[in-house]
Design a protein around this ligand. Structure first.
Ligand code: PAF
Length: 294
C-alpha cells in the first residue's frame, strides 16, 4: 500500500542489467507491492521530480530509468552533447522514495545485432513526427524495451511532451501492454518557461526570450475564451513568437487526442515549437472546452 514510507530506502540502487532489473520488479510485485515507473533521459529537473513524487505518493516502490536513447535523436541532433549526469541525478533522487535507478548501457538495450523497431502512425504523424522523422519510432521502441525491463503497474510521463504521451498511450493500447500510463502536469519556471533539460543550453539572452512560448499559449487561451477560432489563434501565436525572435517550427490548435484538425466538440490543445539559437523548445496548453470550434 502506498504510504509505507518506512520500508522505502533513502538512496536508490543503481541497476544496469535489464534482466536483473526485471527480476527485482517482478519479485516486488509478487510480494503485492504496486510499482511506479518514471522513464527519463536524466539531467533531472523539477519536472522529473514532480513525476517521481507523484509515483511515490501513488505506489509502494518507484523505479526511475536514466537512459539517453540514441534511436530517438536525428543525425544532426544533440545526442552526443545531451547532458549525462548520473551522479547528480542520483543525488536529486535521494530521499524521494526511489528504490531503483535503472541505468543501462546502450549495448544492453540495443545489442550489436539489434534489428527491431516499432513504427507508429496516428498521433505520431504530425508536428514532431514531421519535423523529427524517426523520433517517435525511437521513443516507442525504447519505451517498449524499458517497460519490459521495468514491468511496473503504472508509468508516469509529463504533459510538456504532449504528443509523446499520446504516442505512448497509443502504443500501450495497440500492443496491449499491461501497464497504466499517467500523464502529469507540466512544471514551469516562475516566469512560465516549461522545465526541460534543454533549457540549460540557452544563452542568457535566449533564456529571456524563451518565455515567448508560454506567453503565446496564454494569448491563445485568452483568444479562445473570447471566441476566436483556430486560425486566428495560430496566427497570433506565430506573430508573438516571431516578435520575440523565436524561429517557429509550428504553432497549431488541434484536437487534443488525435492532433488532427478540430471538428465538432473535440477538446483543443495549442502546440508550439520553435528554435532560439541552436536550442529547440516545445510547449503546449489544453484549451478550455467550449461548444463548436469557432
Ligand atoms: O521524455 C523523455 O525523457 C524520453 O523521450 C523518454 C520517454 C524517457 C524515452 O527515451
Amino acid at each position: 500500500m502506498a504510504g509505507t514510507t518506512g520500508e522505502r530506502p533513502a538512496t536508490a540502487r543503481v541497476i544496469a542489467e535489464p534482466a536483473a532489473m526485471r527480476a527485482e520488479i517482478l519479485t516486488a510485485r509478487a510480494a503485492g507491492r504496486r510499482i511506479g515507473f518514471v522513464p527519463t533521459m536524466g539531467a533531472l529537473h523539477a519536472g522529473h521530480v514532480s513525476l517521481v513524487d507523484r509515483a511515490a505518493a501513488e505506489c509502494d516502490d518507484v523505479a526511475v530509468s536514466i537512459f539517453v536513447n540514441p534511436t530517438q535523436f536525428g543525425p544532426h541532433e544533440d545526442y552526443a552533447d545531451y547532458p549525462r549526469t548520473l551522479e547528480a541525478d542520483a543525488e536529486t533522487l535521494r530521499d524521494r522514495h526511489v528504490r531503483w535507478i535503472f541505468a543501462p548501457e546502450a549495448e544492453s538495450i540495443y545489442p550489436p545485432d539489434w534489428a527491431t523497431r516499432i513504427m507508429i502512425d496516428g498521433p505520431a504523424r504530425r508536428f514532431e513526427g514531421e519535423i523529427r522523422p524517426g523520433h517517435f519510432s525511437g521513443v516507442a521502441t525504447v519505451v517498449c524495451r524499458l517497460f519490459l525491463a521495468v514491468p511496473a503497474d503504472v508509468a508516469y510521463f509529463g504533459a510538456k511532451d504532449w504528443q509523446q504521451t499520446l504516442v505512448v498511450k497509443r502504443m500501450v493500447r495497440d500492443l496491449g501492454l499491461p501497464i497504466e500510463v499517467a500523464v502529469c502536469p507540466t512544471v514551469r519556471e516562475p516566469d512560465g518557461l516549461a522545465m526541460s533539460s534543454r533549457n540549460a543550453y540557452l544563452s542568457p539572452a535566449d533564456r529571456s526570450r524563451a518565455t515567448a512560448l508560454a506567453e503565446s499559449l496564454a494569448l491563445a487561451e485568452q483568444m479562445w475564451i473570447a471566441g476566436d477560432g483556430p486560425t486566428a489563434l495560430e496566427r497570433a501565436m506565430r506573430d508573438h513568437l516571431g516578435s520575440r525572435g523565436v524561429t517557429v517550427d509550428y504553432a497549431a490548435v488541434v484536437d487534443s487526442e488525435s492532433l488532427e484538425p478540430l471538428a465538432g466538440a473535440a477538446t483543443a490543445v495549442a502546440l508550439v515549437a520553435g528554435r532560439l539559437g541552436s536550442t529547440r523548445l516545445i510547449d503546449n496548453r489544453q484549451l478550455p472546452p467550449r461548444r463548436g470550434t469557432g
